[in-house]
Design a protein around this ligand. Structure first.
Ligand code: UDX
Ligand code: ADP
Length: 472
């Protein structure tokens, strides 16, 4: 087994950054270099102000401050990073394709391919390549083919080591991972050695029994399967939330009741305005695409339904705001509390907030957003990505402010899109006093106390509970 003393990670994003910080802090004798083409991102990782790291993640700045400059480095010199390392992690993004075959469904592997070509052209000795990005089944084969055909005839071992960290809890998820999956080529001595070299790194802080070794394809497919199962649970409870609102059942009570069944379990059954994030939608689209490509149309339809329920849930929430506000939000100020796809992250990829905002902007509402970690420019780029209207129109009708009370002042309604803890302890009487009447709250995360707000005078809607306004 090869003893690893130098690691390079290509991609300094939500996966690469936290993962390498945790490896560096647990393995002080390994030099870890994270490289990226994005010079601003690298400058921010190296910045003196730890409050302004490119990624917000609880516990991250403490680790970075302890190991940066000791055995954790951030650099734009990708070639040098590759050359020096015995093990290279690929943590670049694999967004859904926006062009050509598989547009809107398949994963775009151009960044992965670029990495493979760069590794092949630079490497002058044997290396272990670890796929960390979420990728469709059999991508390892693509990487292997590129490495074998474009390089200097050097041997590479390819491993799949999918990331199961969830944003907002990344450090804890990495430090105390339920399992660490390593897929590789068991059929050869070199393959087994490579798997063991990576396992030895994780065994520095994880019990050996949590490290699961599989073949490459099982490992790649397990990542898609895990995300599809998790997303399916959220869509299942969200589908029930619509029934609850029509029948008087309370979705949180239903979730508690079914969660107590140990066969079902209590996690990932919190009803919401819809799931977001970089993985769920992308991975399920990918699964649907793979299934259809394999001629498995029923399987494709089955998984696609998880996404259809998710967009239904977002649309239902937005339409309920319009209907409740006497069928028009034109020119009305609507306050958004939260924009991130969940609490404790500044990530906004696929956030429900942008879809709800988009629908309300179509109804010519004026939106004022407060999110503790998301910048206004990120909100505009999310809306630009949807491409529904011009940037000028988005900028004229949506603004972000840094004070929640200001966001809510003179608004007709508040929509809660993210479950940030601080929202729970606001002075709701003060907020109510400064709003237009009747004052509405649409709680897309069920974090408010309906009775307390109703007593103050609010008209309250919660997902799957209806609360004190009739829902559509
Ligand atoms: C997910 C997987 O959990 C992780 O293992 C994988 O590596 C990447 O994708 P992440 O996208 O960071 O992680 O967040 P996650 O906690 O899974 O939440 C995804 C979305 O589902 C969020 O928008 C969240 O608000 C929503 N959600 C989650 C619910 O609406 N209800 C729930 O009960 C749980
Ligand atoms: P993830 O959530 O998967 O970590 P991010 O978008 O946060 O996704 O991070 C991916 C990072 O990979 C980005 O910072 C991007 O600049 C970087 N990247 C993409 N392609 C390359 C490449 N060929 N070489 C180096 N870095 C790359």
């Amino acid at each position: 087994m090869k003893k690893i003393t130098n690691i390079c990670c290509i991609g300094a994003g939500y996966v690469g950054g936290p993962t390498m910080a945790v490896i560096a802090s647990n393995c002080p004798e390994i030099k870890v270099t994270v490289v990226d083409v994005n010079t601003q991102r690298i400058a921010d990782w190296n910045g003196a102000d730890l409050e302004n790291l490119p990624i917000y993640e609880p516990g991250l700045k403490e680790i970075v401050s302890a190991v940066r400059g000791k055995n954790l480095f951030f650099s734009t010199d990708i070639e040098e990073g590759i050359k020096q390392a015995q093990m290279i992690f690929i943590s670049v993004n694999t967004p859904t394709k926006t062009y050509g075959k598989g547009k809107g469904m398949a994963a775009d592997l151009k960044y992965i391919e670029l990495c493979a070509r760069q590794i092949a052209s630079v490497a002058d000795e044997e290396k272990i390549i670890v796929e960390k990005s979420t990728i469709p089944v059999r991508t390892a084969q693509t990487i292997k083919t590129i490495l074998e055909n474009t390089g200097n005839k050097i041997k590479f071992q390819i491993l799949s080591n999918p990331e199961f960290l969830a944003e907002g809890t990344a450090i804890n998820d990495l430090q105390n991972a339920d399992r660490m999956l390593i897929g590789g080529d068991h059929s050869t001595e070199e393959g087994r050695k490579a798997i063991d070299s990576l396992a030895a790194i994780y065994e520095r802080w994880l019990p050996a029994e949590r490290i699961i070794k599989t073949n490459l394809w099982s490992s790649e497919l397990s990542k898609l399967t895990a995300n599809a199962f998790l997303a399916q649970r959220v869509s299942s409870i969200n589908a029930m939330s619509a029934i609850c609102e029509k029948t008087g059942a309370d979705v949180d009570e239903v979730a508690r009741a079914i969660g107590a069944d140990s066969r079902i379990g209590s996690k990932f059954i919190k009803s919401s305005v819809g799931f977001g994030g970089s993985c769920f939608q992308k991975d399920i689209l990918n699964l649907v695409y793979i299934s259809a490509s394999l001629g498995l149309n029923e399987v494709a339809d089955y998984w696609e339904q998880v996404l259809l329920i998710n967009s239904y849930q977002r649309r239902r929430f937005a339409e309920n705001i319009v209907t409740s506000l006497f069928n028009t939000v034109a020119g009305k100020k609507i306050a958004f509390l939260g924009w991130a796809f969940k609490k404790d992250t500044n990530d906004t990829r696929e956030t429900a907030a942008m879809y709800v905002a988009d629908l309300l902007l179509e109804e010519t509402a004026d939106i004022c957003v407060y999110d503790p970690k998301v910048s206004q420019s990120k909100m505009y780029s999310n809306l630009e990505h949807l491409g529904t209207r011009s940037n000028e129109e988005n900028e004229a009708h949506l603004k972000a402010v840094s004070d929640p009370y200001e966001a809510c002042r003179d608004s007709h309604a508040i929509a809660i899109l993210t479950e940030w803890d601080e929202f729970r302890s606001y002075d709701w009487q003060r907020i109510f006093d400064n709003m237009k009447k009747p004052a509405f709250i649409f709680d897309g995360r069920n974090i408010t106390d309906c009775k307390k707000l109703t007593d103050i005078g609010f008209k309250v809607y919660q997902i799957g509970r209806g609360c004190n306004i009739a829902s559509v």
